[in-house]
Design a protein around this ligand. Structure first.
Ligand code: B16
Ligand code: MG
Length: 229
């Protein structure tokens, strides 16, 4: 049997840290006199910290010096970390532990593919770090999603070729990245945003044993897409 590589995004797939990013960005934006809505926060999903701050400043038409920009980046992360500090295994999204355990018990490989520089800390906090054979995060990436770098690096780290990898993602940019890497893309969330995914599920608890078997048996993205869902 060929070993498959299963690559997971973090925020929105394994844990819902989007709410903490939202609270920290909102505090920052409001301190700068910029209004910040949940809809705007949606647009920051999967986007790096530096690019997120640039977007907020553009929305608020605020210009900062280089030093001010760096200071606000630090302030945002300090605020975010104060929320992360409270996290434990209760914040793992439904279905995740069963899926990771099942993949592991079937002998397949598991990687993380996240834009977050805090990914390792979060996986440690929620007690999942030992499931991961390879962690690709914001500390070892040069190009952001939708560039496929994050997932191609994961595939290399696992020693599994891209067309034997499956990606779980909640951001449209992440689905584009998985498709560009020629991997099976599983969208977690709403079809209206994730229509480019090979299949869209409302949550990780929708990945049942028969779907997992199908993912394991599919020899490529093309062969998976021969099935009608
Ligand atoms: P940090 P993901 C992303 O995580 C978040 O969706 C995004 O909102 C955040 O700005 C980014 O990580 C960077 O996070 O500030 O912790 O480095 O979805 O790629 O797992
Ligand atoms: Mg995400």
């Amino acid at each position: 049997m060929t070993t498959k590589g299963f690559i997971f995004d973090l925020d929105g797939v394994i844990v819902d840290t989007a709410k903490y990013h939202y609270m920290a960005w909102k505090e920052l934006a409001n301190s700068l006199g910029i209004a910040f809505s949940e809809a705007q926060n949606e647009q920051l999903k999967g986007v790096s910290r530096v690019d997120s701050l640039k977007k907020i400043l553009t929305w608020g038409q605020v210009t900062l010096s280089y030093q001010e920009f760096a200071d606000w980046m630090t302030a945002k992360n300090d605020g975010y970390l104060s929320y992360i500090d409270q996290m434990d295994e209760r914040e793992i999204l439904p279905g995740v532990v069963d899926l990771l355990s099942s993949i592991r018990s079937k002998g397949h490989a598991i990687a993380l593919g996240s834009a977050s520089k805090n990914a390792r800390l979060i996986l440690e906090k929620v007690g999942l770090i030992s499931f991961f054979d390879c962690i690709v995060d914001g500390t070892n990436l040069t190009k952001a999603k939708p560039d496929p770098e994050v997932f191609l690096t994961g595939s290399k780290g696992l020693g599994v070729p891209p067309n034997s990898c499956v990606v779980f993602e909640d951001a449209a940019a992440g689905i584009k990245a998985a498709n560009a890497a020629n991997m099976i893309s599983i969208g977690i969330g709403k079809k209206e945003f994730l229509f480019e995914a090979d299949i869209v599920l409302s949550g990780m608890d929708q990945v049942n044993e028969s779907l997992l078997e199908l993912l394991i048996q599919s020899v490529s993205k093309e062969s998976f897409n021969q099935y009608q869902f």
